[in-house]
Design a protein around this ligand. Sequence first.
Ligand code: PLP
Length: 419
Amino acid sequence: MTKLDQIRAAESKLLLQTYDRNPILFVRGEGVHLIDEGGAKYLDLLSGIGVNALGYSHPAIERAIVNQSRALIHTSNLFYHEGQAELALRLTERTGMDRVFFSNTGTEAWEGALKLARAHAGLLRSEGKQIGTKFLALEQSFHGRTYGSMSTTYKAKYREPFAPGVPGVDFVKFNDVADLRAKFSSDVCAILVEAIQGEGGIRPLTPEFFAEARKLADSTGAFLIVDEIQAGMGRTGKWCAYQHYGIKPDVTTLAKPIAGGIPLGAILCTEEAARAIHAGMHGTTFGGGPLACAVAIAVIDAIENEDLLKHATEVGDYFQQGLRGLAKAHDCIKDVRGKGLMVAAELDSADLAKAAVAEMLKRRILINCTSDTVLRFLPPYILERKHVDEAIKALDEILTEKAAAVSAAHQTAGGNNRG
Ligand SMILES: Cc1ncc(COP(=O)(O)O)c(C=O)c1O
């Protein structure tokens, strides 16, 4: 029995069976590669689902972990430590927001953002304004797995087994301005969007829709809350994807790559939104601990020192160009889209998308499929053009083989029919 077999057998008895894992045991990472127990190297175009922005074994992260773990790992939020204000300053300067609350994960940041919206609406009501408690989320949205996040996530498969969810959520058709207008009213305390939907298939908001959401929210004092958990922290070539649109939210959320793989999330908000929160209303034991903050500071500094926003834009454009080239040769590619290193190729069939991910894995390239038919690429920001070339070549071969197999099957079926 290999070590992997032993672990699989143990997990199958001991863990809740929530994950459909690939049968690979990773033991190390270097740059943009993961290495399995047998020493085989995999090109990682998924970076732990958008987390490992600086790839693996980055010296800035290692240094921050070593130094901070020697000094102080945890204190609780009952006391001060050096990291939170320093990190909050970096984040507010880069995002245009005023204040920060640190959480541990994306879903927890999103929960806090929802609570902030309801608390703020309550404050406005106490000041005589007419504003309700309803949330308007978008179709195909994904905001996480805890109750508020799950309830504002579109797909029924995430919500229904755990019903009833948090009440007061309505879903607007994606990028449908008329539907947004029809569903918006003074009952709404917040419009909830991802500037570029991640799990929903790397789908950007149209500027018209985003601007209308901002305008409607402003008309009543409701919040526009932008979930940047997947798109934020530089992945799209700007610190936040909303910055591509020139739109400022009232509240935004960050997580995934913020601390290079150490769990950390953040709610960022305006001074106006922050009026709704006073001591004791919200909190966390671990959120914003010294270790996570020190690593996040190191990640932000490395992104800037290595000019990775520009790099992500350039390599991302190169990636999309490569995929567009493939689309000319392969009819099965229906669309290529994304921004920076948040890239997608939409195929015409869920079976083909699934098979392509599996074949890429056989060639030791990690990608995944989201929204059934969308091949998703969320590589580390340090990805180079040669890695893109490797991925495009592999995908070209796979789609060529699959097309040949389909055509052979048709011929056989045609032959059989004639027979
Ligand atoms: C846009 C978005 N929001 C929220 C989440 C939830 O984050 P986490 O898995 O850290 O709870 C995710 C995770 O994929 C996400 O992509």
